[in-house]
Design a protein around this ligand. Structure first.
Ligand code: 3PY
Ligand code: MG
Length: 261
């Protein structure tokens, strides 16, 4: 299976995705048919584990949506297993140094580019071993910048060969800058985003934002990000129900449900 997200990046096309936190195959199947460009299954904070992932990925196969997995930590076994289950890219949290970046990259690619161990279960089941001929070209290695240390080492991280993109974890980044969580209007946060975009630009990397809602996603793309989430399964369910209740009760709409993940 081709990685449409990599192609979009190559053609400088922006893309929008959704975050999946709930381990329901029908929900995943439905979300994959909404027109999103990518879905990220969250094994770091989502209410799902690896055995859920092995059911969620097949539910979104056969539609042109790129399956991404945020692994729980920058560990080669976790990255390898996510790719072996059929993910076309990993989002690696808390990347703080060039050494962290090299470790993540090594886990994403087969030799000689990296050190990924060979056992591509799901893709070999679907495509046979021809997968091995193209695997390295179809994987997106996306590293999260969300700490002060990561920001300080931004240029060294972005320069590591094999990194496909950087991705902002805005909530952790506000913590990392010593700001109130979610203080996205703060000048220091905005300067940090500019530095991340500049590092991506200088190294021809895709630049992504964890958007909590549609407005945040739209603003991010306008500001120069290449890809952003428009929300999550949880945030849409929460916002939809809250807004329906407000309308039915004749109350004022309170906007989106940021904070509900
Ligand atoms: C962050 O905002 O730090 C994230 O990682 C989003 O889940
Ligand atoms: Mg985070």
């Amino acid at each position: 299976m081709k990685n449409n997200l990599l192609r979009k990046w190559h053609e400088k096309e922006k893309s929008l995705g959704i975050w999946s936190n709930l381990p329901d195959v029908h929900l995943a199947e439905m979300l994959s048919r909404t027109g999103v460009d990518w879905i990220c299954f969250d094994l770091q904070h989502g209410l799902m584990d690896y055995s859920d992932l092995t059911r969620l990925l097949p539910a979104i196969t056969g539609v042109p949506v790129t399956p991404l997995v945020r692994v729980a930590a920058n560990q080669p076994d976790q990255i390898g297993k996510a790719l072996d289950a059929g993910a076309r890219g990993v989002i690696v949290p808390m990347v703080n140094s060039a050494a962290d970046a090299r470790q993540a990259v090594a886990a994403c690619y087969y030799p000689p580019r990296g050190l990924r161990s060979c056992g591509p279960m799901r893709d070999a089941m679907l495509e046979g071993l021809s997968y091995l001929g193209t695997a390295n070209d179809e994987v997106a290695c996306i590293l999260m910048i969300e700490t002060e240390e990561g920001l300080n080492n931004l240029d060294a991280i972005a320069a590591v060969e094999g990194v496909s993109g950087l991705f902002v974890g805005p909530m952790d980044l506000t913590y990392g800058l010593g700001l109130a969580p979610g203080d996205f209007a703060n000048k220091r946060f905005i300067e940090a985003l500019k530095a991340i975009r500049a590092a991506c630009e200088a190294n021809s990397l895709a630049c992504g934002m964890f958007g909590y809602d549609a407005a945040m996603a739209a603003r991010s793309l306008e500001d120069g990000f290449d890809f952003a989430s428009v929300g999550s399964d949880i945030s849409f369910a929460r916002a939809g129900v809250s807004q329906a209740l407000a309308v039915a009760r004749g109350e004022e709409l309170t906007g989106t449900s940021r904070g509900g993940y």
